[in-house]
Design a protein around this ligand. Structure first.
Ligand code: KIV
Length: 280
């Protein structure tokens, strides 16, 4: 059995310094978190992607603080030796710095997360730096930022245009200066993700950002082939569980109908003595 120990923030930075990649995956409940715990994957993200893959919304925007706290708690219980990052949902950090800090505190105190993640570059620097001063570890998130995708013109790959590429590099460097200890790069063209990774001393965590990032993250339901509404190009499905689960449910439905489930081995009887002493 794997002996796992939760890594610390300096250790994540050390991995980058040593050129060693690390892994992150999303999880939203105890069962999946406890499976991640059995693997060497170092980080879990309780992402606001739960809005789509768990709660069935069309985007991440409706996700609330209560949703994230509710899903972070079981993940922390299931993965005690994995570093857990909780996403700050849309609306939880765009009102004021003090409200952002209050909400981040809740994810750490009530949810039990080790760190929080929020989307944005130059527009969130004050929030990031005040959180870090207050002792809250922060992961940045730039590139395609789903909470504000409409402002980016939709779900588009970022960094093809020179001006946007320059802004991404600046944003990453400023987030590092503000105190973020890692940055998610989502849907960023590989050469720009590589440049950012070289320019900052903190780890970059790529999703659709090519192979040069210091770490990778995927949404659990994508990685396992469970979510069948939409599959982005950057997803690799390591299993095809949607089909397998539907097959299993169909088999269960059939066996209940034809009476082959439950079989004797799934049922409780009475011993002879129990039968003699009761009822008859
Ligand atoms: O919510 C999420 O799953 C994310 C990842 C896409 C990085 O933010």
């Amino acid at each position: 059995m794997l002996t796992k120990k939760k890594l610390t923030i300096p250790q994540f930075k050390e991995l980058k310094a040593q050129g060693q990649k690390f892994r992150m995956v999303t999880a939203y409940d105890y069962t999946f978190a406890s499976m991640v715990e059995k693997t060497p994957i170092e980080m879990i993200l309780v992402g606001d992607s739960l809005g789509m893959v768990v709660l069935g919304y069309d985007s991440t925007v409706p996700v609330t603080m209560e949703d994230i706290i509710h899903h972070t708690k079981p993940v922390v219980r299931g993965a005690k030796n994995t570093f857990v990052v909780a996403d700050m949902p849309f609306g939880s950090y765009n009102v004021s710095v003090s409200e952002a800090i209050r909400n981040a505190n809740r994810l750490i105190k009530e949810g039990g997360a080790d760190a929080v993640k929020l989307e944005g570059g130059s527009n969130v620097l004050e929030i990031v730096s005040e959180m870090v001063k207050g002792g809250i570890p922060v992961v940045g998130h730039i590139g395609l930022t789903p909470q504000t995708a409409a402002q980016l013109g939709g779900f588009k790959v970022q960094g093809k245009d020179a001006e946007i590429a320059r802004k991404l590099v600046e944003d990453a460097m400023q987030l590092e200066q503000a105190g973020a200890f890692a940055i998610v790069l989502e849907c960023v063209v590989s050469p720009i993700a590589q440049l950012i990774t070289e320019k900052v001393a903190i780890p970059t965590i790529g999703i659709g950002a090519g192979p040069y990032c210091d770490a990778q993250v995927l949404v659990m339901q994508d990685l396992l082939g469970m979510y069948d509404k939409f599959t982005p190009k950057f997803v690799k499905k390591y299993a095809q569980l949607n089909g397998q689960i539907v097959d299993a449910l169909n088999e269960y439905a059939k066996e209940v109908s034809d009476g082959s489930f439950p079989a004797p081995e799934h049922s409780f009887g009475l011993t002879k003595e129990q039968q003699l002493g009761r009822l008859y």
